[in-house]
Design a protein around this ligand. Structure first.
Ligand SMILES: *[C@@H]1O[C@H](CO)[C@@H](O)[C@H](O)[C@H]1NC(C)=O
Ligand SMILES: *[C@@H]1O[C@H](CO)[C@@H](O)[C@H](O)[C@H]1NC(C)=O
Ligand SMILES: *[C@@H]1O[C@H](CO)[C@@H](O)[C@H](O)[C@H]1NC(C)=O
Length: 417
């Protein structure tokens, strides 16, 4: 995972009146300054906002049989709802027998699933402690503990016996959530266990597939823009896609061959601005990440974007700021991914204005969700298409075919913000 709490960190740093956050790339991870000091600053409203609230977890079981090979009598598609709490998408996940419910971040940028950061792990009859210690470092925190196998219930009808999960004895950088549901590429779990460091840990998606619950090893993500601070408006589907959540067809792109983006759900893309096609970012590799809030682009691309839009950096929010008059003239960004162009509208580039004050902004300005990655392009991971991008395009993470798909949705052109 790269920057699970990127926005949070930006906001916190801004409110403690420090300069822009320092972002460095090391060992292919982007590490942000640790946000713990913020709590010492006692920013109560933000702290409250940071409490990730979890809402409903529900299951839909659908049968889908569109063009599946006959060996797949019916492709099982199971949907679960996710909650958008502004900075993170979280899901209620049950672990144990009977299950205890944990609120987990939905993260395509990491692949270990673990609990115990907030709510402590409750051991039940199905909990089996392994001999392995587990530890994972994230962009904004880390956890360590013991690896267990246990029954994981994502939804009724979506139950995984003997899922390998981490149980944290120590977790830093996670406020208001109990852990992570890691649905990134399986190889990201290499070296997370000791002494079993040479083995990968199958993700929940892998196990659903190998146990025959789903017939394709893929997960699809539907997010929607929101103007409220907590709402259940995301949906994950395991094993197939939910055609009610997208329009047109899904265009696929291969997972990039460029390192380090190829270790994640990485793709190659080009970004241009406006009808004139001003290049913001020439074709390069980056990642798609549900654990990142903003759309992050390499620092040189960010400068070009700032120049093209006339935006100024806002100290209070850590975001770019426009006047409403400038916003009226803002053009679309165009993303070209494997030959398909996706238009990211002016409205999509705006932070929901109803939430301006929630991030320390004022009601008369428009804040932009395009953020600075903090390192120049050419480093093999030059953008992160985070939640704000995924709220406009449906996404499909296809492990079997090593490809990622995108489609427009009824929210692609929405003027929500
Ligand atoms: C998911 O959320 C949507 C919108 O709130 C709701 O209509 C739907 O019933 C929910 N699905 C399940 C399985 O609960
Ligand atoms: C990328 O686009 C090419 C040309 O349209 C297409 O043939 C190929 O299948 C696409 N890649 C994937 C992984 O779908
Ligand atoms: C969004 O608007 C653009 C420009 O008006 C249009 O070409 C495109 O088809 C629309 N996309 C969707 C998904 O409605």
């Amino acid at each position: 995972m790269l920057t699970s709490s990127f926005l949070l960190t930006v906001i916190l740093l801004a409110l403690t009146s420090t300069a822009s956050p320092v972002v460095t790339v090391r060992d292919s991870l982007i590490r942000l300054p640790f946000a713990k000091r913020v709590y010492k600053a006692g920013l109560l409203s933000l702290h409250a906002r940071d409490q990730v609230r979890v809402h409903h977890l529900k299951a839909l079981a659908k049968a889908k049989s569109t063009g599946q090979p006959s060996t797949h009598a019916a492709t099982t598609v199971v949907s679960v709802n996710a909650t958008n709490s502004v900075v993170d998408y979280v899901l209620d996940v049950g672990v144990g027998t009977p299950p205890t419910t944990y609120s987990l971040l939905v993260d395509t940028g990491s692949s270990n699933t673990w609990v115990g950061a907030g709510q402590r792990f409750v051991r039940t009859s199905s909990s089996v402690e392994t001999k392995d210690r587990v530890s994972v470092t994230y962009g904004s925190g880390e956890f360590s503990g013991t690896e267990f196998t246990d029954t994981v219930t994502l939804a009724s009808g979506l139950v995984i016996p003997s899922q390998s999960i981490g149980v944290a004895t120590r977790a830093e950088g996670f406020q208001g959530v109990d852990g992570i549901l890691g649905i990134g590429p399986t190889d990201l779990t290499l070296d997370t266990l000791r002494p079993d460091s040479g083995n990968t840990v199958p993700t929940v998606t892998d196990n659903l597939f190998s146990q025959g619950t789903i017939t394709e090893d893929l997960v699809a993500v539907s997010f929607e823009p929101t103007t409220s601070d907590s709402i259940t408006n995301g949906e994950l589907t395991f094993g197939g896609t939910d055609s009610s959540k997208f329009t047109g067809k899904i265009s696929f792109a291969p997972v990039t061959t460029t390192s380090p983006a190829n270790e994640f759900w990485g793709i190659d893309e080009t970004i241009t601005y406006g009808a004139s096609g001003t290049t913001i970012l020439a074709e390069t590799a980056g990642i798609v990440d549900t654990g990142t809030t903003l759309l992050l682009i390499a620092s040189d691309a960010f400068s070009l974007y700032q120049k093209a839009t006339g935006a100024v950096e806002d100290r209070n929010t850590g975001l770019l700021r426009l006047t409403t008059a400038q916003f009226a003239k803002l053009d679309s960004l165009f993303f070209n991914i494997n030959g398909t162009t996706f238009e990211f509208t002016a409205n999509a580039q705006a932070w929901p204005r109803a939430l301006n004050t929630a991030i320390g902004g004022n009601t008369n300005s428009v804040y932009l969700v395009v953020g600075n990655l903090g390192t120049p392009s050419g480093e093999g991971l030059d953008f992160v298409n985070g939640q704000v991008w995924l709220e406009r395009f449906y996404s499909v993470f296809d492990t079997t075919n090593r490809r990622i798909g995108f489609a427009t949705t009824s929210f692609t052109n929405a003027t929500t913000n």
